[in-house]
Ligand binder design. Structure first.
Ligand code: ZN
Length: 392
């Protein structure tokens, strides 16, 4: 399902192809975040225009609103939001541990009050796999316990044990519910529920990744990675990063995990996504990223460009007729000036944040495309140098 097509001669950067039921994703790739079945302010057509190959959805949010019945009625998340490319869903662990009230963690699962209406819910690793299967997710994440930064080593160790036991149960449930129960339309008219061997080998299966936790302790990161690899997943996420720890520590933890992950599986650093982070992580061999930065900051009037971050409300742009980014070929930069977009922000017109969101997602997705091209040509180090000193 994952094939590395080129390795950079000078670093651990690599270019690969990840096969999903909704198309092949070329890596390294940035995944725009569509928590509530929408990448904020952008339509699915606009995301395609930006060349996004895969987006992120969130199981916790979608399970609460609109709820599974409404998504089932629409025929799954892809149809519901009119997106026919790949979707990765986060298990919701992070949201349960950061947004909810009266949370109780047990061996069986986690009980919590919804942040929307206070209603009581109980989710287990098995339920979370089923929910993602029903959403129609192409790449699923197991339920994990997410710790705040900083955490004591005792707490981190205990939590890691639980997360990995949950990961094992998720894998078992995934094998039972996803791999052994083919879609009904394939089985129509058959006396048994079994796919022929040829059908099974031709089918592109959904994927389940493991999540490496372990807080800020290198030996726990090592243990987390080794245990997950012995269970065996289609790819490995590195979780619990970018939660307030210093950058150096974040990269140290990334490295401590990657060392113990198999070369031939995709690696995904969750929630990491400033332009400099891409270069530093890809250099270590990371393949997938997601981050709310390009869309969240766009709504506050920050545009990302090759020269760094541009704050559109600044007075200096009031008569600036240049595009947001001078060498960007997106429709925003082809048609609108900084002066006009600044005016839209100052008058609180919603078009302003739509235009900056569109440009930023285009810039991010395009940046990863440029990075892939540079790796293929063994120019990754040069491209990284071009961005040095830029302030994002
Ligand atoms: Zn642009």
């Amino acid at each position: 399902m994952f094939r590395i097509t080129h390795k950079d001669k000078n670093t651990n950067a690599r270019v690969g192809l990840l096969e999903t039921p909704h198309g092949v994703v070329e890596t390294p790739e940035f995944m725009p975040v569509g928590t509530q079945a929408t990448v904020k302010a952008l339509s699915s057509e606009e995301l395609k225009y930006c060349n996004a190959q895969i987006i992120l959805g969130n199981t916790y949010h979608l399970y609460l609103r609109p709820g599974m019945e409404i998504i089932r009625n629409a025929g799954g998340l892809h149809k519901f939001m009119s997106w026919n490319r790949a979707i990765l869903t986060d298990s919701g662990g992070f949201q349960i541990f950061s947004l909810t009230a009266l949370m109780k963690v047990k061996e069986e699962g986690v009980e919590f009050n919804s942040h929307v209406d206070g209603s009581r819910h109980f989710l287990t690793p098995e339920i979370v796999v089923k929910l993602q299967h029903e959403l129609g997710s192409d790449i699923m994440m197991p339920l994990d316990e997410c710790l705040h930064y900083p955490s004591t080593k005792d707490k981190a160790e205990q939590s890691l044990g639980l997360t990995n036991r949950w990961a094992k149960r998720s894998k078992e449930e995934f094998a039972r519910v996803v791999l052994d129960s083919p879609p009904e339309e394939l089985l129509a008219g058959r006396s048994n529920n079994i796919l022929r061997a040829s059908e099974r080998s031709e089918r592109v299966e959904k994927l389940l990744f493991g999540i490496v936790q372990g807080s800020t302790y290198p030996d726990l990161r090592k243990r987390a990675a080794e245990e997950l690899v012995s269970i065996g997943f289609d790819g490995y996420s590195i979780g619990g990063l970018s939660v307030g720890e210093p950058k150096e520590l974040m990269f140290e933890m990334m490295e401590s995990a990657i060392k113990y992950l198999p070369e031939d599986k995709p690696r995904y650093t969750m929630g990491v996504g400033m332009p400099h982070d891409f270069f530093n992580a890809i250099e270590m061999g990371v393949d997938m990223f997601d981050c709310v930065v390009p869309t969240r900051n766009a709504r506050n009037g920050a545009a990302y460009t090759n020269e760094g971050r541009l704050i559109i409300r600044n007075g200096e742009y009031s008569k600036d007729l240049r595009p947001l980014s001078e060498n960007c070929d997106c429709i925003v930069c082809k048609n609108y000036s900084r002066s006009y977009i600044r005016h839209l922000f100052n008058t609180e017109e919603i078009l302003g944040l739509r235009l900056t969101s569109l440009h930023n997602v285009y810039f991010y997705v395009n940046l990863l495309d440029r990075i892939r091209k540079a790796i293929r040509e063994d120019r990754f180090v040069e491209l990284k140098k071009e961005f040095e000193g830029r302030i994002f």
